[in-house]
Each structure stands twice: as C-alpha cells, then as structure tokens.
Design a protein around this ligand. Sequence first.
Ligand code: G3H
Ligand code: ZN
Length: 344
Amino acid sequence: MPLASSKDVLLKARAEGYAVGAFNLNNMEMAQAIVTAAEEEQSPVIIQASQGAIKYAGLEMITAMANVLADHASVPIVLHLDHGTDYKQNVKCLRAGFTSLMFDGHDLPLEENIAVTRKIVEIAHAVNLPVEAEIGSVLTIEGLLSDSEIAEIRAMNIPAQFEILRKKIGPTVEEHIARPEEAKRFVDETGVDFLAAAVGSVHGLWLDIWPLRVDRLQEIYEATNVPIVSHGSSGVLIRREDAEAKGVELAPGEGSLLDAIKVGYTKINVATALSMEFNKAMLASAEKRPGEKDPRKLLDPARKAVVAKTREYIRLFGSTGKAETAKSGSKEGLGGGMAKRGEE
Ligand code: G3H
Ligand code: ZN
C-alpha cells in the first residue's frame, strides 16, 4: 500500500488508547527490520529519518526505501521527518514524498518558533500533510555529560547509574519542561497536528530508568487535545512496577512510559535502543567470524536483532493487531490526499 499519513495512524491510536512506535532508520537493514517487525505484529509503524540519516543516505534514497517497503507491506507505514531543521528542509521532504513532517524550533524564542511552525503547517496542510513541532526542550545526554562521564556512569550498576544521573542532569531537565499554557497557545496559533512537548526525557539515554513528568504531560494533553510525541524514549523507565528494583525513586507527579501512554503520549520515538541492538549483534557476529569477507553475514544478525527489539516495543505500546487504519475518507482525508499526490 502507499505510504500512510501519521494523522490517520495517530488519531486512531489516541482514540483507542495505545501508542505507535516511530523508529529511526540508520540504514537499509534497520528500515527493513522495522517494517518486518510491524508486519509480524500487524501494527502500523512510523519510520523516521533523522538529520544524521538524511546526511548519510540522502533524501531520495530514504524516500525510495520507504516507498518500496510500504508498497510491499500489508500494514500502514508512515515516513516522517525527525527534528526538521527549518522551513526549506520541510519543503524538500514534502516534495520528496514524506507523509509526515516535523519542525524542531525548541531553541528559538517562542514567537519565532510559532511563526516558522505556522508557515510549515500552512504549506503542509495545503497538501494534507500533518506536522509535528517541539515545545520545551528534550535535551541530549551528550550535551549534558562528557564522553568520559558517560563511560564512567555506564560501568556502574543500575541503581548507582540512576542516582548519579538524577544528581547530574535532574535539575537541568526540570528547567526545560514545556508549560501547558504555552503549549496551548502554540497549538492554537500554529495549527500543528502533534506536539513534541518536553516532559523530562533526555535523548540518547541507554537504559529504561528515567522518569517522566506524567502530571505535566496530562495537563499539556488536556490543554491542547493533540497527540503528544515522546522524544528521547530509549532511556525512559518503561514500567512503574520496575522502579524499585532499578533503584528509581519516583517523585510526586513522575511516572513511566506506560503511565504516559495512558494520558497522552501517542507517538513514541525510539532511536538509541535500536541502534545499540543493531551494533551489539553486528559486533558479536564480527567477533565470531574474524576475517569474514561477506558484510551480509555480519549485517543479517543485526537486522534480526532489530526485528526482535522493535516487536518488543510494538507490543509494549499496545499497537499489535491495530494495522487497520482509520482512513479520514473525506475529501480532506489525509490517506486519499497521499495517494493523489503520489499519482500526479
Ligand atoms: O527523535 C528521536 C528520538 O527522540 C529518539 O530518542 O535516541 O533517546 O531513543 P532516543
Ligand atoms: Zn527526538
């Protein structure tokens, strides 16, 4: 089937109380693995291209891969731009055939973030493309800690890792959380379809230990009534009941990823966890087969490992068996819009 619209997929998910995984592809094998996992789970899925992926493979290659994968898939596949840098890049992705856009203006003053986002929403909605935008800041672990600090922390046991992360990055994260009144103004004035609202997660964390400000997320969802996007999901504590064993003390208002899905998280972005899975399997094969001349012998196990990890996430998010997408159907319908654009 043709690439699907993130709006069709995410509005249905929100209405039914589950979330959809948005997995970053770094190469062909990861893209194939993500779609295979979605097929095996009969789940909709979003494959998304980061700035790094766009530099590495180029827009044309990414779009071609996504189209081929979607054409052969029996489940809805969305192609999304992750952390779009500006108006021009969004226009390029729109023209290239992406079916979901993003502008990340979190480091701009609010007025400017609103102005650029609104401009992108205008052109995107003219061809029935949905847009995500960011408010507050989802920080990046590499921007908060040095490589040697990260290596040192990673060598500790899990409770010790949590304790030190809490001390080192906890206060910084707090300052960057989105505010409900700003989020409402942002959505009202831009018309954006989904909101990447910062509620305490950090990009690039390696373990599921980091708590979210679920109270704030709920307020933001109630104020805006648009699906909320989780960035930096790899490091977030998945289940509240695992907190104690991991030495994670939840402060009032904090909760887990599964708590957050109940109150508004609908698109869950995962990058680091899949990349780590891929690398781990590839390196293990390289170790087992020193001198191997066929790269596919190292890449195939890595691809299989990503299928397994992606399936785990899909089941966790509750989208297994939800492949039947609510098509908007009307003239304004996003699914129909996509097909028409493709045919032109
Ligand atoms: O935009 C991509 C995500 O926010 C991924 O974050 O690498 O922490 O999973 P992650
Ligand atoms: Zn992100």
